[in-house]
Design a binder for this molecule. Structure first.
Ligand code: NAD
Length: 364
């Protein structure tokens, strides 16, 4: 069986990590029909827009995409290609598993946390009021009228929106994921002690949804306490479910704990569409240098194989990657082992080493 996958190399370091990932995925023996689609700076240069309709059409048709990072354009009509893509395809889940592979340089151990981040609302709703603008003056008046609070005319606002609907579907996803992946606990993250209505609603819905899953433990934690507990005793956490902003920040913290952006994979999911992509961005300063780590994107490819039901091949590829990391002889600069004379290799050499491990596993 062959899978039709939309392949978006992106820009900056995107094409290099995408090529490395495509090679290792093909080396598993699974057959893919890659439907190449251009987004980001490459698409802007070719078609005059960083997100041509053809990209969205291809994803809607194939339902599964593998995507490299794209640079957020500055000073164009686009806030962000990624945000636009997530909104237009209603990809309401950002799923990011963080685990420590032996050999990765890190201060932490035994971390195995899945971050489930809400992708569509919160402070990322895009509803903002600029200081001095007429609509901002009306908002300031409304606040005075309804809340009795005096606010200076030199103030800007970004609206934090949390709805029952979005909270319910993300928490349900977190529990369904926990159930399907033999996870024991879901923790809802919030700041409901201060934001009683927005975060309070998220927490209330999470508590309500948890009752539908009596076999999975549920608890909640205030986001600042979570930060402290994550660095003190990360082993106590299993699946975390968070509104958009906390999800963004905690993802980055967890990525740092497990070895950095070079090993942090991810997926953006809707009800029937899935885009697999690393957490990291396009790191423009490293473009074309065959330098950065392709493992975050390769592990996103492992997630894609699992999504396609290719469990055995996903396990084989993950093990091949883990073996390359553990051996420490063919890793990029960010995973340089802390031993004398350790050498590092480039992006494509990591792919060569993973393919070699896959080939060895064919003969054992
Ligand atoms: P970045 O993740 O691109 O890079 C930050 C730093 O992290 C790099 O300088 C590098 O030191 C390190 N790094 C990143 N990826 C690495 C890898 N694979 N291997 C080794 N080291 C790696 O973040 P940035 O510089 O803030 O963003 C650059 C651009 O990417 C911006 O335009 C941003 O908006 C965009 N971005 C895109 C996505 C996406 O497409 N999903 C995600 C995040 C950022």
């Amino acid at each position: 069986m062959a899978y039709n996958i939309t392949l978006i190399p992106g820009d900056g370091i995107g094409p290099e990590v995408t090529e490395a990932t495509k090679r290792v995925l093909e080396a598993t023996g699974v057959t893919f029909h890659w439907d190449l689609a251009y987004a980001g700076n490459v698409a802007r240069d070719m078609f005059g827009t960083p997100l041509p309709d053809s990209v969205l059409e291809s994803i809607k048709k194939n339902k599964v995409a593998l995507k490299g990072p794209v640079t957020t354009p500055i000073g164009s009509g686009f806030r962000s290609v990624n945000v636009a893509m997530r909104k237009q395809l209603d990809l309401y889940v950002c799923l990011r598993p963080y685990k420590i592979y032996p050999g990765v340089p890190t201060l932490f151990k035994d971390v195995n946390i899945v971050v489930v981040r809400e992708n569509t609302e919160d402070l990322y709703s895009g509803i903002e009021f600029e200081q001095g603008a007429p609509d901002t003056a009306r908002l300031i008046e409304l606040i005075l009228e309804t809340k009795g609070k005096v606010i200076g005319g030199d103030t800007s606002f970004s609206l934090k929106m949390i709805s029952q609907t979005a909270s319910r579907r993300i928490v349900k996803f977190a529990f369904d994921y926990a159930q399907a992946n033999d996870r024991k606990k879901v923790t809802a993250v919030h700041k409901a002690n201060i934001m009683k209505f927005s975060d309070g609603l998220f927490l209330a819905i999470a508590t309500e949804v948890a009752k539908e899953y009596p076999n999975i433990e549920f608890d909640s934690i205030i986001v600042d306490t979570l930060c402290m507990q994550l660095v003190r005793r990360p082993q106590q956490f299993d699946v975390l479910v968070l509104p958009n902003l906390y999800g963004d920040l905690i993802s980055e913290l967890c990525a740092g704990m497990v070895g950095g952006l070079g090993v942090a994979p991810g997926a953006n999911l809707g009800d029937d569409i899935a885009i697999f992509e690393p957490t990291h961005g396009s790191a423009p300063k490293y473009t074309g240098q065959n330098k950065v780590n392709p493992i975050a994107m390769m592990l996103s490819g492992v997630m894609m194989l699992r999504h396609l039901g290719e469990t055995k091949n996903a396990d084989r590829l993950e093990k091949a990657i883990a073996d390359v990391i553990a051996e420490g002889k063919n890793v990029t600069y960010d995973l340089k082992p802390n031993v004398p004379n350790a050498r590092v290799v480039g992006t494509s050499q990591v792919a060569d080493a993973v393919i070699e491990k896959l080939e060895q596993s064919n003969h054992t």
